[in-house]
Design a protein around this ligand. Structure first.
Ligand code: MG
Length: 284
């Protein structure tokens, strides 16, 4: 009788456990969050582009990015007024603009790199610029109109290649940029350095302001990043920012990336993780 009672009790316990397990299974299969996790795991993110995700999201989705752009362009107007008053008038005045991520938003190209698990190539970039789908950086058109209203020439020095000129002009006109003579577009022919092109512009104009997203858009002294990532040169010229040089934020790409410490044995992501400054380096 005792044995029969024990068997019955054990069976009842096992049945209870079975019911509980069945309930968990039912809840798990109906839980959309769990399903989402499983689906997300199937998306393989190539490490060559994964670090672009947050940078591209910030540019496309954060109101802070937009505010930074307005701040830069509003400040450019103030700086321009001051610089015009101080300028030598022996030559016409000009403002030199970079184009990409200074006036045109190409974050969609970066998004495409993420979606296709790939990195920049000049071929895919050309395909993108031929599409003429870049949008205006917030506040850019307003600043260009302001520059023209002051009788100051707009000059574009861009590392878009010369075979992109026609599509670039068309893209800019389509989205409302003011008309600028084609000879004011100094696109890249050979070297990426903008020093020689700035010198050519300086022969015709007094450059009162330079606007860009890369320090090399302002002066050749910023091109060498081998010492302290180029930060010392910035510190030594800190008074020129906001007065002569107006910089736009671009977390997606730039010369700064190539200056990061890099070990060929390691992957791009590992190198970036190694470059991040942690507790151990700062709390000595
Ligand atoms: Mg640029």
């Amino acid at each position: 009788m005792l044995a029969y009672h024990l068997i019955f009790k054990t069976m009842r316990k096992l049945f209870g456990i079975f019911i509980v397990m069945l309930s968990f299974l039912a809840i798990w299969s109906c839980n959309p969050e769990k399903k989402e996790v499983v689906i997300e795991e199937e998306i393989i993110i190539n490490e060559s582009s994964e670090f672009l995700i947050n940078a591209t999201l910030w540019v496309q989705q954060s109101a802070e990015y937009e505010a930074c752009c307005y701040q830069a362009f509003n400040y450019a107007k103030l700086a321009l007024d001051t610089r015009i008053n101080l300028a030598n008038m022996d030559k016409p005045l000009a403002v030199v603009f970079d184009v990409d991520e200074t006036l045109l938003d190409n974050s969609y190209y970066e998004a495409n790199l993420i979606e296709n698990n790939t990195t920049y190539t000049s071929e895919t970039w050309k395909e993108w610029s031929d599409m003429q789908c870049a949008t205006a950086i917030p506040g850019a058109i307003d600043l260009l109109n302001y520059v023209q209203s002051k009788g100051v020439e707009i000059i574009y020095i861009s590392n878009r290649r010369e075979n992109e000129l026609e599509a670039s002009i068309s893209n800019m006109e389509k989205i409302g940029f003011p008309a600028v003579p084609v000879e004011n577009f100094y696109f890249r022919t050979d070297e990426s350095s903008k020093v020689a092109r700035r010198e050519m512009v300086s022969e015709k104009y007094n450059i009162v302001l330079l606007v860009g997203d890369n320090l090399a858009d302002f002066d050749g002294m910023f091109e060498d990043r081998s010492e302290n990532m180029g930060k010392d040169v910035v510190t030594n010229n800190k008074d020129n920012f906001g007065t002569e040089f107006i910089i736009l934020p671009n977390p997606m790409y730039g010369k700064w990336e190539r200056a990061l410490p890099s070990d060929e044995e390691k992957t791009a992501t590992e190198n970036r993780i190694n470059a991040v400054i942690g507790y151990d380096e700062i709390c000595k």
